[in-house]
Design a protein around this ligand. Structure first.
Ligand code: ATP
Length: 212
C-alpha cells in the first residue's frame, strides 16, 4: 500500500511550538505514516543562523524524541551544498516507492516565497504541498502562485490524489510564534518557557545560545 510521508523543512533556529503543533496536527489529522522534520544546512535564502547545524539538529531531536510518528531527517545536513528543496526531493524520491505520497509541509510565508526557489516549477512533480496558516504573517501571494493555486489546489488534504502535484491548505491551531521572536526574547534575557519544549529550553541554556 502507498505510504503518506510528510517532510517539514526549516531552519529550526530554534524549533518552537508553532512548528511542533503544526507537525503533530498534520500527522494526526491526515494519518501520515511518518512526518520527518528536516533541518536545513545552508539556508539558501537566509543569513547564517546563530546556532550551528548540529545545535539546531539536536534541538529538533530533543523536541520530538518521545513523539510517536515524528522523526528527524538529517539528509540536508549531510550535504555541504545549499539545501535546495528540489535536490532533497530527488533524493527522497529514490528512497520511496513511485506511488508513495510525499507531502512537503510549509508555512504560508514560505509558500509565498516559492517562486524564488531553485527550479521551483519542478517541485510539484515530486511532492504535494501542504500549506500551514501563519497567523503572524500577513503576506499576499504573488500572481504566479495565485494561478498555481487556481490550477492545483484541492479542497482539503484528504482530497490529495496520487504521489505528487497538488496543493492543499491546513487550518491547524494558529500560533503566532516565530524563532525570530524567541531569539529576540532570549537576547533580552526574557523567558521563552512554554514557547519551546523544556528539553529545548534546557539545551539553549546549557549551550548559552542566543544570548546577547
Ligand atoms: P524565523 O523567525 O527565524 O524566520 P520561523 O519561526 O519562521 O523562523 P523556520 O524554521 O524558518 O521558523 O520555519 C520552518 C517552517 O515552519 C516554515 O515553512 C515556516 O513557514 C513554518 N512555521 C514557522 N513558524 C510557524 C508557525 N508559528 N505556524 C505555522 N508554521 C510555522
Amino acid at each position: 500500500m502507498a505510504k503518506r510521508i510528510g517532510i517539514f523543512g526549516g531552519t529550526f533556529n530554534p524549533i518552537h511550538i508553532g512548528h511542533l503543533r503544526s507537525a503533530l496536527e498534520v500527522m494526526e489529522s491526515y494519518h501520515l505514516d511518518e512526518l520527518r522534520l528536516m533541518p536545513n544546512a545552508l539556508p539558501p535564502h537566509r543569513a547564517k543562523p546563530a546556532a550551528n547545524a548540529l545545535q539546531r539538529l539536536t534541538m529538533v531531536q530533543l523536541a520530538v524524541q518521545d513523539v510517536q510518528g515524528l522523526s528527524v531527517d538529517d539528509l540536508e545536513l549531510q550535504r555541504d551544498t545549499p539545501s535546495w528543496t528540489i535536490d532533497t526531493l530527488l533524493v527522497l524520491r529514490q528512497q520511496l516507492s513511485t506511488d508513495d505520497q510525499l507531502l512537503l509541509i510549509l508555512g504560508w510565508d514560505a509558500f509565498c516565497g516559492l517562486p524564488t526557489w531553485h527550479r521551483w516549477q519542478e517541485i510539484l512533480q515530486h511532492c504535494h504541498l501542504l500549506v500551514l496558516q501563519r497567523p503572524d504573517f500577513d503576506v499576499e501571494a504573488p500572481q504566479t502562485l495565485r494561478d498555481l493555486i487556481a490550477a492545483r489546489a484541492v479542497a482539503s488534504p484528504q482530497a490529495l490524489q496520487g504521489p505528487a502535484g497538488q496543493i492543499s491548505f491546513v487550518w491547524q491551531t494558529p500560533l503566532a510564534v516565530s524563532a525570530t521572536q524567541i531569539r529576540q526574547r532570549l537576547a533580552q534575557n526574557l523567558s521563552v518557557r512554554f514557547l519551546v519544549p523544556d528539553t529545548v529550553l534546557n539545551y539553549i541554556q546549557t549551550q548559552g545560545l542566543y544570548q546577547s
